[in-house]
Design a protein around this ligand. Sequence first.
Ligand code: SF4
Length: 233
Amino acid sequence: MPRFEDIGLECEVMGDRIEANVFGPPASLFEDQVARVVNAINSLKVIAHRGDRLVYNLYNPPQPTRAGFHAFERNMKAEMAGHALPATANLAITMACQCRCVHCSAERFRDNGGRELTTDELKSVVTQATDLGCTVVIFTGGEPLLRDDLFELIAHVDRDNAVPMAFTNGDLLTAQNVSKFADAGLYSMYVSIDSPDRRSTTACAGARACSKRPSKAFTAPWTREYSSGSPPT
Ligand code: SF4
């Protein structure tokens, strides 16, 4: 039985496409699989170039990177196993939130007697998820910035295996928190904007509960902090 440890992969960027070569003793057994996975990756639209890496979307690590190769390995294992393997871990680390949006899907989990997982428990979940093949780990809520250990959890994601992402309502996106995200190694972030109109957004979020200011999120000093975050390797 060939083992993945016995094969290697080298990848080259050619414009908006990647070319991959598999090598090692059992390489010939994997050439067709590798070609199918490469074709699937090359069918994705490239939205940005980061150095010599191609960015497709926020749910796939850039290629070629170590986390990207981990996705490669997962897809090949899934093909061999004949069933899907998890690609994304979406972790609602808290149900707490300072907003009260009318469309909230977390609302029904609040005050239902459950408890939040501890920092160590969540770190274990992250490790288990990436061991299973997840290449994107999303920290969401509730509002994840209400947990003191959010940056510690983001830093726990092994960047050789996965890229960390956060969902936030943007209310706590201070310059200090943006810097902490970058320092922790965050790869990408979704900021919820319910409307381009501030009054509609505030009404949606519950006027007395939070300000949910999209203008605040977009005037935060993103450029320096985000671009200085360590890129995937
Ligand atoms: S910001 Fe998100 S978690 Fe908070 S109330 Fe609105 S939808 Fe729910």
